[in-house]
Write a protein that binds this ligand. Structure first.
Ligand code: AMP
Length: 293
């Protein structure tokens, strides 16, 4: 595996058919699933590792974001990454950026409301990665479903010549969606965090049995979280492409939530279709790497 820190260096090493897996590091099995999907999509696989200051609305969140370059490099190499792109902030932002990418409407709900400026930071850095590295394919997780919708729209609206591949959410054996932030959960919060997926799965069971009313699906999730005394930011059934609320499950949608458990803000979702189909993600057989390492 080559470790490179410039756009030009990656372009020269990767050629025109590369597959990009953008990450902020502190890798877990969810990232590894993206890398595996990347390998299926082509080669070389380029993984970017950059904690993007532009997408953090809270400076304290940026400060406490977990980082471990050596561990990430070892895991990336072991999983089949060919090129690790780890740019400095100066390589990514030689000047404080005056041009930023803003996606209207899709960013007006949920994370866009609770984290002002977050999606402009995401859309800008993803656009820079796609423009600067020119991959043929880029891989994103459904865990960040609204982000996925934003990225898909950037690619269409700005005519970026890249194919976007989406990977189902990878979960701990008890259902908790893997996240780099999970390491911040303390021993009391970790078992409570399972309520997020438990609530979403119960709603997805109801949808599979024919429940299509958004308010019924959302209320059932809220009730479960309130009973567990978990602080909820939002629970919303939204159109999968636009991330806008819908009243009835009459198209591809996702039921998304954000909640704070033990001081750690977590997001999760399940994708739902009107015919009762769902994508709840995939579950690890054993403990995740974070607990193993
Ligand atoms: P991050 O490092 O958190 O910015 O995430 C990098 C990529 O990994 C994004 O496309 C995320 O959607 C994806 N991702 C994060 N957690 C998971 C997960 N549990 N399952 C699948 N993909 C994930």
């Amino acid at each position: 595996m080559k470790v490179l820190d410039t756009f030009a260096g990656v372009r020269a090493a990767a050629g025109p058919r590369s597959v990009l897996v953008p990450t902020m590091g502190y890798l877990h099995d969810g990232h590894l699933a993206l890398i595996a999907a990347g390998r299926d999509a082509g080669e070389p696989v380029v993984m970017s590792l950059f904690v993007n200051p532009l997408q953090f609305d809270e400076p304290s969140d940026l400060d406490r974001y977990p980082r471990d370059f050596d561990r990430d490099a070892g895991l990336a190499e072991a999983t089949g990454v060919d090129i690790l792109f780890a740019p400095s902030v100066e390589e990514m932002y030689p000047e404080a950026p005056l041009a930023r990418v803003h996606v209207a409407r899709i960013t007006d709900t949920m994370e866009g409301v609770h984290r002002p400026g977050h999606f402009d930071g995401v859309a800008t850095v993803v656009t820079k990665l796609l423009a600067g590295l020119r991959p043929a394919v880029a891989v994103f997780g459904r865990k960040d479903a609204q982000q996925l919708a934003v990225v898909r729209r950037v690619v269409v609206d700005l005519s970026l010549p890249v194919e976007i591949t989406a990977v189902p959410t990878v979960r701990e054996p008890d259902g908790l969606a893997l996240s780099s932030r999970n390491v911040l959960l303390d021993a009391a919060a970790r078992p409570r965090a399972v309520e997020l997926s438990r609530a979403l799965f119960a709603a997805s069971d109801a949808a599979a049995l024919g429940e299509k009313d958004a308010s019924v699906l959302e209320s059932s999730v809220r009730r479960t979280l309130e009973e567990a005394e978990i602080e909820v930011d939002y629970v919303s059934l939204v159109d999968a492409a636009m991330a806008e609320p819908i009243d009835v499950l009459d198209r591809e949608a996702f039921l998304a939530l954000a909640a704070t458990v033990g001081g750690v803000r977590l997001i999760d979702n399940v994708f739902l279709w009107p015919d009762g189909a769902a994508d709840r993600g995939t579950t690890l057989d054993g403990p995740s790497m974070i607990e193993r390492s």
